[in-house]
Design a protein around this ligand. Structure first.
Ligand SMILES: *Cc1c(COP(=O)(O)O)cnc(C)c1O
Length: 463
């Protein structure tokens, strides 16, 4: 399997190459040259497999010759063996058509663990092979940071610098990052928003002062291996609900467009999917883009769902490339214009291509709170603010009545206890597996929100 950049000029790489590279050298994102296909019979034959085996089956075509099927199976068994639920991503029923897909049973209580637990193992595997090392630089709106740090803490060949926007992540999220005391973990709080932090990270990848000395890796969902691992749970959920003989719709609380793009990949591989619902909060650039073709940035409004407080959604470029004719040169041109003016119009091909599978919905704080209350009062389920936005969209979506709607539960409610308590009156308790989070000492460096400050800190502290 070869991977090509959405901007057409970076060299094609194999799976090991894209796993270690993160962002492509032309500023684009890597995508498979073509989508692997499963027939309906092949999908039906996956029914009843344990999650780790299903994962190896779904991912093998993307991995190609880089890992043998046996080795891939060992890695998925190890990654998903750390989950607190034997089904790894269990479904919960809410009513006759609404379902929840629980993705928070990993070590840091958000769906990011599903991909990052595996990514940590893949880094180790590929770095050992060529005796290399990797400096990961990442930006987090909360959950990627803790999941990535948990996945790589203590690894010999990997060092991680994680930027978070100061004061804009929840206490649980921050502590899950800053209380991990391993010599290869460096936490940085910057003055600024998540988008500011993400823009700095992107710049590091193309800064020769840094890249001449360090091999820079990515744990954000610009890393293809993350999206690949997320494709698996769309198959898992569908197979439980009658797939591939029956279609489902999925409602996905969306920020950087990674999780929902994985649903697009599942559909491209042959999984029958009725619809993908992109649920946004009031930071609704994706809703405007999908409903009106208008991809223009505003300023970020902080909400109770901070992992969705995003204006620029990196992975949207992958969709625009894939449905817009897979023309790297045109994509590079379109993105250059966007980066200069912070606004662009989707082409007709992009709009029509996206409309075939995607719809979108925006939820404000009231919609979110109402969805949380409905889940609590009508179904005895406590959901977190991000999931509540997905659930609002799932219930409001215009779909055939016999189609099950699966909302992706992106975080455990105890990560956001204040917002949950405000809406439902009950304060969710942290599961025992996170331990004495509030007793442990924190360590992080505060930096001003300038690129130079961040770059100099990384150069001074990377080993
Ligand atoms: C990361 C995150 C999201 C957004 O996912 P994307 O892949 O960036 O669209 C939504 N909810 C939670 C809880 C998250 O951690």
């Amino acid at each position: 399997m070869k991977y090509v950049s959405t901007r057409g000029s970076a060299p094609a790489l194999d799976f090991a190459g894209v796993t270690l590279a993160g962002l492509a050298s032309d500023g684009g994102l890597y995508v498979p040259e073509e989508w692997p296909q499963f027939s309906l019979d092949e999908i039906a034959a996956m029914r009843g497999l344990p999650y780790a085996e299903l994962a190896a089956r779904v991912m093998q075509p993307f991995v190609g010759d880089c890992l043998s099927p046996d080795r891939l199976g060992e890695l998925t068994a190890k990654a998903y063996g750390r989950f607190a639920h034997a089904a790894v991503t269990p479904l919960t029923q809410l009513d006759e058509r609404q379902w929840l897909l629980e993705l928070f049973h990993g070590p840091t209580l958000a769906f990011k663990d599903v991909a990052l637990q595996l990514l940590g193992l893949l880094f180790e595997e590929f770095l050992e092979r060529d005796d290399g090392s990797l400096t990961i630089v990442g930006a987090t709106s909360g959950d990627t940071g803790s999941a990535a740090i948990d996945a790589v803490a203590g690894l010999d060949r990997v060092e991680i610098f994680m930027l978070h926007p100061k004061g804009r992540v929840s206490d649980v999220q921050r502590r899950q990052m800053t209380t991990v005391r391993a010599p290869n973990v460096h936490n940085i709080a910057i003055d600024g928003s998540f988008d500011d932090a993400q823009a700095m990270v992107k710049r590091i990848f193309t800064d020769r002062d840094v890249t001449a000395k360090h091999r820079i890796g990515a744990v954000n969902s610009i890393n293809w291996a993350r999206l690949m691992a997320q494709v698996v749970y769309y198959f898992a959920a569908s197979l439980q609900l009658g797939g591939p003989d029956r279609k489902q719709a999925f409602s996905v609380p969306t920020g950087n467009f990674g999780d929902v793009f994985a649903g697009h990949v599942a559909a491209r591989m042959g999984l029958p999917v009725e619809r993908l619902i992109v649920a946004t909060n009031v930071n609704d650039i994706l809703h405007r883009a999908l409903s009106a073709g208008d991809y223009s940035t505003g300023s970020v409004t902080p909400t109770a769902a901070p992992s969705m407080d995003i204006q620029v959604s990196s992975n949207f470029e992958r969709l625009l490339y894939d449905v817009g004719g897979r023309d790297g040169m045109a994509m590079a041109e379109q993105m250059r214009a966007f980066e200069a003016s912070r606004a662009m119009q989707l082409t007709n091909a992009q709009r029509e291509g996206a409309a075939a599978l995607f719809t979108s919905m925006r939820a404000d704080e009231n919609d979110m709170a109402r969805a949380m209350r409905w889940a609590s009062e009508a179904c005895a389920e406590i959901v977190d603010p991000h999931t509540a936005i997905g659930l609002h969209a799932a219930r409001a979506a215009d779909l055939p009545a016999d189609v099950p709607v699966v909302t992706l539960v992106t975080a455990h409610p105890a990560k956001f206890p204040d917002a949950v308590e405000r809406a439902t009156g009950s304060r969710p308790a942290l599961p025992g597996r996170v331990g004495d989070l509030f007793a442990r000492e924190e360590a992080y460096t505060e930096l001003p929100g300038t690129y130079e400050a961040v770059r100099d800190h990384i150069l001074a502290n990377a080993s």
